[in-house]
Design a protein around this ligand. Structure first.
Ligand SMILES: CC(C)(COP(=O)(O)OP(=O)(O)OC[C@H]1O[C@@H](n2cnc3c(N)ncnc32)[C@H](O)[C@@H]1OP(=O)(O)O)[C@@H](O)C(=O)NCCC(=O)NCCS
Length: 169
């Protein structure tokens, strides 16, 4: 299987914040943003693998900035690293200023998807070749994050999490 670039999995989803999607402070409801990010990230993982993909884990979400009603929100998702059947997808969320058109980073998240066959069994995916500085940084940290996610899910013994342990030694 040939390696693919991270760029070839890039997925951009732009949409408005409507009243039914807000909390009592008139900001985007967190669960709505999680769903939008999940959609964009799943398309990205599907573009990379050309397979059915399922969300295995939400590894990290930072709601750094609230997103007001009426905002134009752009979600950019890219596969940062592919392992055997799993893919880490990095998501950046931007709000566009109505007058200047300037995009401000609002949030970011990291999801893990697994490629599966028609019966739901994991299948192999192509590797990722990172090209830009940020793609390389995200690729380099992905194994550590995978190990942390597996340890937290009770699927890996902490003693086997070599990359993770290396952070503290
Ligand atoms: C995700 C799923 C396919 C994994 O199946 P599994 O039987 O645990 O399979 P494996 O143990 O072989 O794991 C498959 C891959 O997922 C990875 N994985 C599993 N759980 C993970 C987690 N919590 N965090 C990160 N990676 C995880 C494994 O490391 C493995 O990666 P690799 O093949 O790249 O090395 C299975 O748990 C599933 O179908 N879950 C439900 C998915 C779903 O319905 N999502 C929608 C939300 S409700």
């Amino acid at each position: 299987m040939h390696a693919k670039t991270a760029e070839s999995s890039k997925t951009i989803l732009t949409d408005l914040v409507l009243p039914s999607e807000t909390n009592p402070l008139n900001n985007l409801f967190g669960g709505e943003l999680l769903a939008r990010m999940d959609r964009a990230a799943s398309i990205s993982a599907r573009r990379h693998s050309r397979r059915i993909v399922v969300t295995a884990s939400v590894n990290h979400v930072a709601f750094n900035r609230s997103i007001p009603l009426g905002s134009v929100v752009t979600i950019e998702a890219k596969v940062s690293r592919a392992f055997k059947s799993s893919m880490e997808v990095y998501i950046d969320v931007w709000i566009e200023d109505r007058e200047s058109g300037e995009c401000i980073k609002a949030n970011e998240a990291i999801y893990t998807f697994v490629a599966v066959d028609e019966t739901g069994r994991p299948v192999a995916v192509p590797e990722i070749t990172p090209e830009t500085k940020i793609e390389k940084e995200r690729f380099d940290g992905a194994l550590r994050r995978k190990q942390l996610s597996l340890v937290l899910a009770g699927k890996m013994n902490p003693n086997d999490a070599t990359e993770l342990k290396a952070l503290f030694s």
